[in-house]
Design a protein around this ligand. Structure first.
Ligand code: ADP
Length: 160
């Protein structure tokens, strides 16, 4: 049986922190479906289509990664993809409570789907999409935090 994971998130925009989790995940799972969620409680900078495109370009080198959009319950999406695992990254302690809440709810909704957490690479432990956006809006260089296509997309957004 293939080991399949879904890796959900807002990815607004994708950072090297996300890519590190996806890349390490490709060594553990046969296939990873990265699901871009349209989180209603967040005001995104990039549209879902823009986020999908940036992610597709950034993960082009990984043969066993697909990028998709998903709007409904994550557990329904996982079942639809025959995924046994929801893959999430963990940074600081501050991530823990939020992640535990979601993982507990998902376990209640789908008992067979396990949430796996991968510890952040220490290099990226303080990296988030919000930090990147805060820095980029003042025109500062974010090349060490995001791939080149994202850095260019941020420049284009904030030069308008
Ligand atoms: P969400 O809005 O669902 O939290 P994000 O795009 O912020 O979506 O994050 C998606 C996933 O990537 C989450 O599991 C998050 O913890 C993880 N992640 C984000 N940044 C990093 C990072 N720098 N290192 C490790 N994991 C990260």
């Amino acid at each position: 049986m293939d080991k399949i994971a879904v890796c959900p998130g807002s990815f607004d925009p994708v950072t090297y922190g996300h890519l590190d989790i996806i890349q390490r995940g490709t060594k553990v799972f046969d296939h990873i479906y990265v699901a871009v969620l349209n989180n209603q409680s967040k005001q995104p900078l990039f549209s879902v289509d823009e986020r999908l495109e940036l992610l597709r370009e950034a993960t082009d080198a990984f043969a066993n990664v697909s990028i998709e959009q998903h709007g409904g319950l994550l557990t329904d999406y996982a079942k639809q993809k025959n995924a046994q695992v929801i893959l999430r990254g963990l940074r600081a302690v501050s991530d823990f409570e939020y992640e535990m809440k979601i993982a507990t709810a998902n376990k209640m909704l789908a008992e067979d789907v396990e949430t796996f957490f991968m510890m952040t690479n220490s290099q990226y432990s303080f990296l988030s999409s919000s930090t990147v956006k805060e820095i980029a809006q003042y025109g500062a260089n974010v090349d060490q935090l995001v791939p080149q296509n994202v850095s260019e997309a941020l420049k284009a957004k904030f030069s308008r």
